[in-house]
Design a protein around this ligand. Sequence first.
Ligand SMILES: [Mg+2]
Length: 214
Amino acid sequence: MRNIQGVFVDCDGVLYDADLLTYEQIVSAGRLAGVQLGLDWEDFDKVHQDLKKKGFHGFYNIVLELCQAQSIPFNSLAKKMTELLDYSTLQLNPELFTLLQQVSQKKKLFIFTNNTKPHLEKVFYRLFGCSVVQSGLSVITAESTFENGHFYPKRMHGVFAKWCQKLNLIPHQTLMLDDSDNVIDAAKKSGLQYYKIKSTQETTQILKELNETK
Ligand SMILES: [Mg+2]
């Protein structure tokens, strides 16, 4: 880690350990939330394949496409999902919160997640005891990436370059902390510095190091 100017910190699997709330649990809550709102999932595989051909990745892009076709607000689904998920496994982590705030005084730090804003709000309340706004931290969620009817998750081509430009960050002076291989590959290709996180303990360790460096 050298000359770090900007830091992107993933949420799921980085701010809390991935086994406390798994990707599978998140996806099945999404499916159930859709059912409860009357969303027809029949075209899921077809939409998935069509989007893949066009280079669009991610569960939420499929959900968004289905929601748009069936006039169901995506935001309602995203919110309902969070009501169906059990966040009680996430415990307050004041040390992590303090470190994130300290590093963000020195560097441009963003919590950068492919997940939704309602989900991030729930995670913040559990981990930090406050809302995203109250935390004072800057965040990028799926909704922030919405453009022309699609989300642009981190793994997609050109997404990191675009955000670096938008935030006035030099890619090789920007560090991505993420637990997903796809995202790490994308960060690598875009010339970012990166660290593949295996536990929250590692997140804490790296933030400590960043806090100590200039
Ligand atoms: Mg993750």
